[in-house]
Write a protein that binds this ligand. Structure first.
Ligand SMILES: [Zn+2]
Length: 397
């Protein structure tokens, strides 16, 4: 996904905001219909039925009718696709969730002949066509990918507009050197390779984090609805957006590098969505180790692991293998001995049998590269302290 800063005029911003609102309304309507569906009942309406309902809704609600039908239909199509992905056992995705105003603002335009277009107007500026808004300028910060079939216009929490051209990255040819690499999802470091390389995902700098903490304290003191509060929230959102940008950039570069260098890429089969949800638990059944897991999950999300794996699968189709994560971090990559005590700390592995010592994440990555899925032998991960064995905790074998 290549993202460009969109620079709508104030009048265009009003149109874009309407599109966002309509797309969100339609998406949430679809989510709601699916939420009422239970096994045994007649299925929730499919896309075509929803389109008929959309036509009715437009007739009933003038505010919806003044909007772009293209934008609204696309939101329906997107939600139908998200539902299919959710029910696909081979590639389970998260359940499409409710979109909130101010948080998930965006809509998608799909190319259909001459109804959409992208053009360059100067060295540093381009324009995209948006229904009812016309040509909207964007910063031509790099070449627009040739194979773009659709684009998504979004507004982040800081109020910045972006346009992203959806292109599935062109597959990178395998180098043909027969090399396999294992990648471990670390917490302190985003990813460790079996070659011994550590790939830290750039986060905020120490100074930026300190500023963020200061702003958050200030926000807590600011009166609700005050101008000051708005300014502080805006500044916080900008800092967070900066971190997200860095993470995305990192995932692009790291995945390209790995896909170029290795024929076979093995990663742990982790379902990040499930892990992050499990920590919170439900009211009747609060999750165990909630606080510790929450911290860990932040680390996982912060590290951009999910994005890295997605990009790898796109850039190296058919060359990414998922390996069971069970015990990869307790197994000695030198002698094969499995012992929880070998993992001295988050970062250090010392084998209790043969004395092999190394970086714990690299040791795990070597196991993953070898495709070793050690079976559980009555291991009860949940009983272990969280800082020792995150993998087991998150997915008891
Ligand atoms: Zn050993």
């Amino acid at each position: 996904m290549s993202r460009y800063r969109l620079l709508p005029t104030p009048a265009q911003q009003a149109v874009l905001r309407d599109h966002c609102g309509h797309a969100r309304y339609v998406w949430n309507l679809a989510v709601e219909q699916h939420a009422h569906w239970r096994p045994g009942r007649k299925g929730a309406p499919g896309y075509l039925e929803q389109c008929r309902q959309l036509t009715q809704a437009r007739a009933a609600h003038p505010w919806l009718a003044v909007g772009s039908q293209t934008v609204q239909q696309q939101a329906l199509r997107d939600s139908a696709r998200a539902m299919t992905a959710f029910f696909d056992p081979g590639h389970p995705a998260g359940r499409p969730s409710w979109r909130k105003a101010g948080r998930h603002e965006g809509f998608r335009i799909v190319g259909r002949g001459r109804q959409w277009d992208v053009r360059r107007v100067s060295r540093k500026a381009g324009q995209v066509w948006v229904p009812k808004a016309g040509w909207v300028r964007f910063r031509w910060s790099r070449a627009v990918p040739a194979g773009a079939k659709s684009y998504r216009v979004t507004m982040d929490r800081a109020g910045r507009w972006h346009v992203a051209f959806a292109v599935i990255p062109a597959p990178i040819p395998a180098p043909g050197n027969g090399r396999a690499v294992g990648i471990d999802r670390g917490v302190a470091v985003a990813a460790a390779l079996s070659t011994g390389e550590l790939l830290p995902c750039p986060a905020l700098t120490g100074r930026e984090r300190a500023r963020l903490r200061r702003l958050q304290r200030r926000l807590a003191r600011a009166r609700r609805g005050s101008n000051r509060r708005g300014r502080v929230r805006h500044a916080i959102a900008r800092l967070k957006a900066r971190e997200t940008d860095r993470r995305k950039d990192w995932a692009e570069k790291a995945s390209t590098g790995i896909a170029r260098r290795f024929d076979l890429i093995r990663v742990e089969d982790l379902q990040i969505g499930n892990m992050t949800r499990s920590a919170r638990g439900t009211r009747g059944n609060p999750g165990r180790n909630v606080r510790a897991k929450a911290g860990l999950n932040r680390g996982i999300l912060g590290s951009g692991w999910g994005l890295l794996v997605r990009r790898l699968e796109e850039k190296a189709p058919g060359r990414v293998e998922k390996v069971s994560p069970a015990f990869t971090s307790q197994r000695c990559s030198a002698c094969g001995h499995v012992d929880a005590k070998s993992r001295e700390s988050q970062a250090r592995f010392v084998c209790t049998a043969c004395g092999f010592a190394g970086h714990a994440d690299v040791n795990a990555a070597i196991n993953i590269a070898a495709g070793h899925a050690v079976t559980a032998r009555g291991g009860d991960g949940a009983a272990r302290p969280v800082n020792r064995e995150p993998h087991l905790l998150l997915r008891p074998a």
